[in-house]
Design a protein around this ligand. Sequence first.
Ligand code: 9MR
Length: 565
Amino acid sequence: ETSIRLNQLGFYPNAPKIAVVVNETGSSTAGQSFQLTSPNGKTILFTGTLSGPRRNAISGKTTLIADFSDFKQTGTFVVVVPGLGQSYPFQIRPAVYRDLAAGSLKGFYYQRTATELPARYAGQWARPAGHPDKQVLIHPSAASATRPAGSTIASPLGWYDAGDYNKYIVNSGITMGTLLSLYEDFPDYCKTLTTNIPESNNRLPDLLDESLWNLRWMLSMQDPADGGVYHKLTNPKFDGMVMPDKAKPDRYVVQKSVTAALDFAAVMAQAGRVFRGYNRELPGLADTCVKAAERAWRWAKQNPTTLYNQDAMNRQFDPDVSTGTYGDRDASDEWIWAAAELYLTTNDDTYYTAVNLFPDAKTPLPSWPQVRTLAYYSMARFADKLTSRGQKDLLTVKKHLLAQADSLLAGIEQQAFGTVMGKSAKDFIWGSSAVAANQGIALLHAYRLTNNRRYFDAALGNLDYLLGRNAVGYSFVTGFGSKTPLHPHHRPSVADGIEAPVPGLLSGGTNANASRQDKCAGYTSTAADEVFLDADCSYASNEIAINWNAPLVYLATALEALQTR
Ligand code: 9MR
């Protein structure tokens, strides 16, 4: 326990370096000195002065800032505030987040369904295969002429969504979009990132091998008869906290939905571009993806009002389904994302003009129910390859992205932890760690458009948030840092009898409403930025999920790819 909060992995030599003193007792004051010392505290290498106080608008508490950006020596150090104590040890060195980039990508390997994880890849987290999903039942809500209720389809592979064992198309959509975008944004660096998976020695980057595991599952969720996409593949009820191979085998695909179809279309269109470059290794895959995308788009056109409403479904069909809904009631942003990706892959203007890509001036941060901005990211990425139709809107796209980044930056100097994340109490939702990571990604897009270092530094600041510079003092990534979640709501981590949780997984993190949502006992604060509990009953603050891990992989990898000083 320490009240000195900082990135527990460390810093690049030339980057801003900040530790935040959470001044609960008021024992420290601005003007007091702090030191940087060797881990045993014996050699003082740097002395600075605490600045502040800053008032935390969310909790009313105050913080003091220890800025040691001028210290650029490499090594392992601690921050010492005389009379108060010292921080966890951290490193200063180039490539200080590379292991995190690889480790958070490896997190996806541990989420693989339908395969054994042998010790040579999974170490002490080796486990038998779970959920082959070779005979998945057609739920009555999904019945069709060619696939009557109770018949079965094969829908194997894919990742477990989160701490539960189900597979959801909507959430796979944003996850895959984020990972494939990482590849498209930084192909060269991604080729160097290795994770020791069974495919590590083939010609594809591990990032793409890992993504393929889920892509192949997604393809199997499309009904070949009409191009529609089942909303999810699930047990009727969540399993107990058991290992995958001990879970219940009653698996269903449920009704098709327009959000699933459009997220699927966007991912398949993007995959078509990405895997076009690997046609020799994966003959035909890119074409298969693009065709699948086009068919899903056509289905969506014919079924634009078919949203997923689980309650309504349960009133009509048995068995009842009570697992995650990903029940987005507004598909307008999914239309935008799918249209943009299909346009970029096919160069066909009719996709571009099919929907209004700029319905208002907003640039919402990506999240599973809100994927509009993924379209703008992709358009910016291919700025010099757009048809003239798209070219005309490029300025608008840039305006959106820069306005978004500037609003994120505004006022961070006053923020108690000096980070974009947490400027507003509204940041602390279910899965807030992904808010921080996605803010970081937004800032990096602005950085690449402008070369303005402030955006890059603020993105680093949000990684600092995720790794410990925050109100609860946790690094939210299992296995990466000194104080990390030990009891995530993650069935394998709970049931495997191994003390350490599966590593490289991002806890959902602080969530203002968590105690009301999961009713887990033990929360100690009601301040929005302090509601976090490292207990496995806390699914609203301490679950892990693929759509949270993906932006962490993106942020850590992109920072590594872009670090130049
Ligand atoms: O991430 C989802 C969050 O936005 C919702 O508020 C929450 C409650 O509906 O569900 C979260 O998603 C969960 C999903 O429904 C089932 N798998 C675990 C996901 C993470 O908690």
